[in-house]
Design a protein around this ligand. Structure first.
Ligand SMILES: [Zn+2]
Length: 221
């Protein structure tokens, strides 16, 4: 069933013929993800009315993000990836989707897009290319690819962004961001806009994160 999301209809231009561009059934479980409203197509351009539901919940980025509090936290905290690797109970709510001897993949705590994941080596290294020899670099990238393909299998996406970010002053542990862009995202809300937490987070609950992580794990198995 396709459900309209009035708050997202503001992106639609009047007079355009709506056309369904994405079949929720194509991603395996139409009840889990639903297209929130019909995408709009004109002259080959598509998608200005896209919106997604997760179990009936609007995935608009309506959760504000406190940038200053986040900056203060990451600059003053010990390495959170090393804490996860060490099994620190303070991090037992992290949703780990993949683990092998040298790598870890887990859902982002601050998702700006559904399915946003991080992939990192377990070893505390910081520079994306200089701190890994070629074999270790390629092994990490194989995990990034594997995880990205699994995410694409369960989350609707028209493109997947891969970035290595972090800072020497906070979140220094090397990690790759795997960020799937929902189909039909308007151009001005793609790329950096889609990634910046300052533009709002999606309203995930812990139960939804656990469910998504389980689906990604299943796709990886
Ligand atoms: Zn670390």
């Amino acid at each position: 069933m396709i459900t309209a999301v009035p708050s997202l209809l503001q992106f639609a231009s009047p007079g355009l013929e709506p056309a369904l561009m994405w079949d929720p059934a194509a991603i395996g479980d139409g009840e889990w993800w639903r297209l929130g409203t019909a995408l709009v197509v004109q002259d080959g351009r598509a998608g200005r009315a896209a919106g997604w539901h997760h179990r009936g919940m609007d995935l608009e980025r309506n959760v504000p993000f406190d940038v200053q509090a986040y900056e203060a936290r990451v600059k003053s905290s010990p390495c959170f990836i090393c804490a996860i690797v060490a099994g620190d109970p303070a991090y037992d709510h992290e949703q780990i989707v993949y683990e092998d001897e040298h790598h870890l993949a887990f859902l982002s705590r601050y998702p700006t897009l559904p399915g946003y994941l991080l992939v990192s080596p377990k070893q505390h290294v910081e520079h994306v290319v200089r701190d890994l020899d070629e074999d270790a670099y390629l092994a990490l990238m194989r995990v990034v690819r594997k995880v990205a393909l699994a995410v694409e299998a369960v989350v609707p996406s028209e493109r997947t962004y891969l970035l290595s970010l972090g800072s020497r002053q906070g979140n220094a542990h090397l990690h790759w961001h795997v960020a799937p862009l929902p189909p039909g995202t308007p151009y001005e809300k793609q790329q950096y806009h889609a990634l910046m937490s300052e533009n709002g987070l999606i309203p995930w609950t812990r139960a939804q994160a656990e469910e998504l992580a389980a689906r990604v794990r299943q796709a990886l198995s």
